[in-house]
Write a protein that binds this ligand. Structure first.
Ligand SMILES: [Zn+2]
Length: 197
């Protein structure tokens, strides 16, 4: 029905998160119709990304240099490491500009259901960073999901003997939230994490 290049483009686009076969066909046609404005720059950006992006051997961040600019920045606090599940979470933390320490990207969470154990995550490297010294606090910023919290507990146990302070993000009411609109889990967590006024 269509040329093999177009078929291949559609098949590959359909592998992207959030794109099914139908939206992949629409995206392919969009790209083909905007060859100079979108398709060709995108093709160059993809080739550039494939050739140059690497994983930071210290923290697991993605960048074109190793160590990544965050690990290499002498102005960032080396004594605090924020542990996140994915690079997307690191980006989210960076967008707030509220954290000036370093990161450690686990690459997922422990999951008995999916057969993901500690050796499948970037945990050994985290322990090595702590063992190297100079780290005072580890902030566990895993997601407030069952797997995220299981992972946080596991890392807390592993860090118990190292002497570093282990903290985690507060779970509570989002700014501007109204009680009536919160889900039960968020409201329960907010109540448990209440503080003196
Ligand atoms: Zn790094």
């Amino acid at each position: 029905m269509t040329g093999s290049s177009i078929d291949r483009l559609i098949q590959l686009l359909a592998k992207l998160p959030g794109l099914g076969p139908r939206s992949a066909r629409r995206a392919a046609l969009y790209l083909i119709k905007r060859r100079e404005a979108v398709l060709e720059p995108l093709a160059r950006a993809l080739a550039d990304a494939a050739a140059n992006i690497r994983v930071c051997s210290t923290c697991g961040n993605f960048d074109t240099v190793d160590p990544c600019p965050i690990c290499a920045d002498p102005k960032r606090d080396q004594t605090v490491i924020c542990v996140v599940e994915e690079v997307a979470d690191l980006w989210a933390m960076e967008r707030t500009a509220a954290f000036r320490g370093r990161y450690h990207v686990l690459g997922g969470t422990l999951s008995a259901l999916d057969g993901i154990g500690p050796d499948d995550l970037n945990i050994a490297r985290l322990m090595a960073r702590i063992a190297a010294g100079g780290v005072r606090e580890v902030i566990l910023a895993t997601n407030a999901t069952v797997d995220g919290q299981t992972t946080a507990h596991y890392i807390t146990d592993r860090l118990a003997e190292t002497g570093v302070t282990v903290s985690r993000l507060a779970h509570g009411m989002p700014m501007g939230a109204e009680l009536d609109y919160l889900d039960d889990g968020t409201l329960t967590a907010a109540l448990k994490a209440r503080r003196p006024f």
